[in-house]
Design a protein around this ligand. Structure first.
Ligand SMILES: Cc1ncc(COP(=O)(O)O)c(C=O)c1O
Length: 1009
């Protein structure tokens, strides 16, 4: 009652705070409508041009901002902002080199390319399935900006929805694998296996160097292991884990063993004896597995595995020609502090209310820089959320039914083909058969030919064997077609559905059957009707602030528009279900998109060749540095192993360098953020005999276009090193400068920043690398689909083109903007940041400006003075911004006392002004604290954010020296645009001390209520 009364009093009161709020009249340009501000040149000129939809400010707003900064033209502004000596010619990225398409033209082109993909049904398996995506999840999660636009949940008070869903993912993995703890996803199964290998290696303190992979492990996983083993100096041995591990010398040096369960050929083997033997050798057993199979099979946690991993995509995520998919990773409690990737844990807010947040923040291992053993930053949050929702929707009973059906249909196929004289190699299997064709037909080609004629892909094993994997999408008609492939090849009569005798027996031996319960938690046993599921999805998303609500001005993250037009094609049936190992003549549409994207990225970066394989920026860093190492080796200079990295670099840089086998030597930066060229020269010369590489971010992580970038690169080249340019900030460069002209040899790009792939709440990402001509022979290969150069390093990801389906987004973005639009986008990104710097200066201390008073595409403000004056920390400002319904900027990085703000080109002047008004108003609130008008320990900043549950406290409970209006509605526009944080500030330390990373159980829920 008290709560209701105080709320009604609050709502009835006149809005007293209005008088205090900023009265700034926002600049409003004349309405421009959806079409371009420039009149079309002819009747045939398309009106649905993308640049005007993507770039926030229109021509009037741009003139207004330029005027405020003292310029009468964009060119004059750019001349003062980007150093002259690194400028490229105006036409290097223009409409002549990259012509622009309107939105409708783009759709037409995407359709044409989609039709060039042939709709074969793939039974290739090898870790990839035809997933059935429940429409309620497809439309309301995968295709919903509420789920795909938010950032990694570093601000948990406005991210409880996706945090809860990620905890569902962790719980699902823990339950199905029977492991103690699981993380919130990794990039793909192969790189997850590589992380497992490195954990085993570091677990032995690097003393034992042999890691053994069973020959039932998928070849793409083994290839990635080989690449990763090289950097760490691990000796990788591939063989039969059940036969070859008795060798004493091998056992002495053994740090870990990887098995696959069921294995790539489908066999389900009992590894419990192996687990015992591996443990007696003091090593770890790592198991790659399949979540659907584990609903029927005894889980690895029950037979002794230490680390369990795999791909969760068959839980409702499309194959997408290789991804993106969420890998899962689980381990025993003993190993939890060494686990890579993000981990979500339960904690509580300052009022004791349970809440989720990223646990053990240093788990983002790259924060430990060169001491890190993993560089995972962006992972696969969106896809993990889809898989978790799939499990929530289906629940344990339905999942087990799906598994049972898949298994029994596989058994049915086996019985039928054996009737024709073929022989399945394994008697124990789940959904995959390897079939010996020798007693039925001449060779495997005969079966493949019959399959292709029926529009079917089988797995190519060797001349004597073919493989097939069934999945949830397979129905009776599919089974008939599949059996008839074998019948036709063996010149037997075709069958029809009425001839089928469904097999109901289980091809799993008793000791390997699952007896333990799966997914008992209430969340997996509640939302099974579509109505309930829809409400659950919307309930969670309503707690999260995404780009659909407001600007997310995260410096270094480039949170720009993820246009619907560029997102639409990837879920079309022409692109969505394609298997990554489908023959190339069936994927010509995809290959054309890949070719065009590679070419455009080369034009943009000024480099000669591109690899789209890496699945994140950090994966790109690792790939690029591995390419540099291979280049040095090819010249007989494999000893070069020193990597110079500025202290201001992102933590993934040193972590990736270590993974590529390099030793990190830090280089100083000046207080203003500029690289200390003298320190660089001294260190480059000191290490000239062993210098491998220098990593530089451009513009720097301080938002600085350093004038000395070319000099820095020359110093490195003069001393025998190669330059790696971290292109996370490429949005500041396009059409104005490029990594090649700056002096780089290789760069990665974050397509999930500059090229508009949405961040998905923490992934997916794509981190392609572009390289100069001399490095192109070394670009990564793949064991199943030809990629890379003629001296290629081995694979860095499971799929040949990484997360291929989302390449469509960046392809569409580039094609629709065209060269001129891309360049305009960079110019406006610089202008928006400089206008913001102009508005905030005088209120906040800007850490850096160049000699012309200009910042780059982001600005760094220093809040140290507020700490000194009143004990106000960066986080207090950040949390208070949440009360203003904004996502805070990047906090405490690259300097602990700073905020890094990046508006991007997509934000309109009105939104930028709104954000600046909020920051200025918060500055005034801070002043009240400094001058003692508000107490230092009980004020609007320290108590921020203010969720509705706090605003609704009774008069007696409201013990704060400011009103509720001041807390929740400090400026008038919030009356229209309020986004409520769902919790008060979260207590990180409590959560880390009481680490709980799964959903509440029935008992816990009962006791809470
Ligand atoms: C400068 C810089 N480099 C590298 C990365 C790593 O990219 P990713 O998160 O895709 O691994 C980031 C990510 O924020 C970054 O800001």
């Amino acid at each position: 009652m008290a709560v209701l009364r105080s709320l009604s009093v609050l709502l009835a009161r006149p809005f007293a705070v209005h008088a205090r709020a900023t009265n700034r009249a926002h600049f409003k340009s004349p309405a421009r409508g959806l079409a371009t501000t420039k009149a079309p040149s002819s009747l045939f000129t398309p009106l649905d041009t993308f640049a005007d939809r993507h770039i926030g400010p229109d021509d009037h707003e741009i003139s207004h901002m330029l005027k405020k900064l003292g310029y009468d033209s964009m060119d004059a502004f750019i001349a003062d902002t980007v150093p002259d000596k690194i400028r490229t010619s105006a036409t290097s990225v223009g409409n002549e080199s990259i012509p622009s398409l309107s939105e409708s033209e783009l759709f037409q082109r995407a359709k044409e390319l989609g039709r060039a993909n042939k709709p074969f049904k793939s039974y290739i398996g090898m870790g990839y399935h035809n997933a059935v995506v429940p429409p309620v999840i497809l439309r309301n999660v995968m295709e919903s900006p509420a789920w795909y636009t938010p950032y990694t949940p570093y601000q948990p008070e406005i991210a409880q929805g996706r945090l809860e869903s990620l905890v569902n993912f962790q719980t699902m993995v823990m339950s199905l694998t029977s492991m103690d703890i699981a993380n919130a996803s990794l990039l793909d199964e192969a790189t997850a296996a590589a992380e497992g290998m490195v954990m085993a290696f570091t677990g032995s303190n690097g003393k034992k160097r042999t890691f053994f992979a069973d020959n039932g492990v998928a070849p793409q996983t083994v290839a990635v292991l080989r690449t990763r083993a090289k950097g760490f100096g691990i000796k990788l041995v591939v063989g039969d884990a059940l036969e070859d591990l008795n060798d004493e010398a091998l056992r002495k040096d053994l740090c870990g063993v990887l098995v696959q369960y069921p294995d790539v050929n489908g066999a389900v083997k009992d590894f419990s004896g192996l687990a015992h033997s591996v443990h007696t050798a003091g090593a770890l057993l790592v198991c790659a597995t399949d979540l659907l199979a584990l609903t029927m099979l005894k889980p690895p946690g029950e037979w002794g595995a230490d680390i369990v991993l795999g791909n969760s995509a068959r839980f409702g995520v499309p194959a997408g020609y290789g991804g993106p998919h969420a890998a899962f990773f689980a381990c025993t409690d003993k190993l939890k502090r060494k686990m890579p990737g993000r981990l979500i844990g339960r904690s509580r807010d300052v009022n004791g209310k349970p809440a989720y947040r990223l646990a053990l923040q240093t788990r983002e291992q790259h924060i430990r820089r060169e001491k890190a053993t993993s560089n995972i930053c962006t992972s696969q949050a969106l896809l993990a959320n889809m898989a978790a929702m799939y499990a929530v929707y289906h629940g344990p009973v339905s999942l087990q039914r799906i598994a049972q059906k898949v298994h029994c249909l596989t058994q049915t196929v086996k019985t039928a083909v054996e009737y024709y004289g073929y022989k399945a190699v394994s008697t124990h299997f789940f959904d995959t058969l390897t079939i010996d064709v020798s007693s039925a037909v001449k060779d495997a080609d005969a079966v493949h030919a019959a399959a292709l004629a029926a529009g079917i892909n089988l797995r190519k094993v060797d001349a004597k064997h073919v493989g097939l994997t069934l999945d949830e999408s397979v129905g009776a008609e599919d089974v008939v077609s599949l059996i008839n492939v074998f019948a036709r090849a063996a010149s037997q009569p075709a069958i029809s559905a009425s001839d089928l005798t469904p097999s109901e027996t289980l091809a799993v031996p008793d000791p390997l059957r699952r007896t333990s319960r799966i997914l008992p938690h209430p969340v997996f046993n509640t939302h099974h009707s579509e109505t309930e599921m829809l409400r659950y999805i919307y309930h969670l998303q309503s707690k999260d602030l995404g780009l659909e609500h407001a600007m997310i001005p995260l410096g270094s993250c480039t949170m720009k528009l993820n246009s619907t037009s560029s997102m639409v094609p990837l879920t079309w049936p022409e692109f969505s279900p394609v298997h990554p190992f489908a023959p190339k003549d069936q994927v010509e549409g995809y290959l054309q998109v890949i070719k065009e994207l590679e070419e455009d990225l080369c034009k943009i970066t000024g480099f000669a060749a591109c690899s789209l394989q890496p699945n994140s920026g950090a994966a790109g860093e690792y790939a690029g540095l591995s390419v540099i190492r291979a280049y040095h080796e090819s010249r007989g200079e494999g000893h070069r192993d020193i990597c110079l990295i500025p202290l201001s670099a992102h933590g993934t840089n040193p972590a990736s360098a270590v993974m590529a086998g390099l030793k990190v030597v830090p280089v100083k930066t000046h207080a203003d953020g500029n690289l200390d060229l003298e320190d660089l020269r001294t260190k480059a010369e000191k290490h000239k005999d062993n210098l491998a590489a220098f990593m530089i971010t451009y513009p720097s992580t301080f938002g600085v276009f350093e004038h000395g970038v070319q000099d820095a690169c020359k110093i490195i080249h003069d001393n025998g090193g190669q330059v790696y340019l971290d292109g996370a900030n490429l949005n500041a460069q396009i059409g104005l400068t490029n990594p090649a002209i700056c002096g780089g040899d290789v760069c990665h790009m974050n397509l999930h920043k500059t090229f508009a792939i949405p961040h998905g709440g923490g992934g997916p990402g794509v981190g392609p690398i572009c390289v100069a001509g001399h490095l192109s022979p070394f670009l990564p290969s793949h064991p199943l689909v030809a990629t890379g150069g003629d001296k290629a390093i081995e694979a860095v990801a499971a799929a040949p083109f990484g997360s291929a389906s989302i390449l469509l987004i960046s392809w569409a973005y580039i094609k629709m903007l065209g060269g001129s639009g891309l360049s305009d986008a960079s110019k406006v990104a610089l202008l928006n940041a400089n206008y913001m710097a102009h508005r905030l200066s005088g209120h906040y201390t800007l850490r850096y400006k160049n000699g012309n008073n200009r910042v780059a595409h982001e600005l760094l403000i220093d809040l140290a003075e507020f700490d000194k004056a009143a004990g106000l920390k960066v986080m207090d400002f950040a949390k208070r911004l949440q009360d203003y319904s904004f996502h805070p900027p990047t906090c405490s990085w690259p300097t602990p006392t700073c905020m890094l703000i990046e508006p991007t080109e997509s934000e309109t002047l009105e939104e930028i002004d709104r954000f600046c008004d909020a920051m200025i108003q918060i500055r005034k609130e801070a002043e009240d604290i400094i001058t003692g008008k508000q107490p230092k320990d009980n004020n609007v900043l320290k108590n921020a954010p203010h969720p509705i549950s706090v605003i609704a406290l009774s008069e007696e409970e409201w013990n704060r020296p400011y009103s509720r209006q001041t807390a929740a509605y400090p400026v008038p526009w919030l009356l229209e645009r309020k986004f409520w944080p769902t919790t008060s500030r979260i207590d990180d330390a409590y959560g880390d001390l009481h680490l709980i990373c799964d959903c509440p159980s029935v008992e816990e829920l009962a006791s809470t209520h």
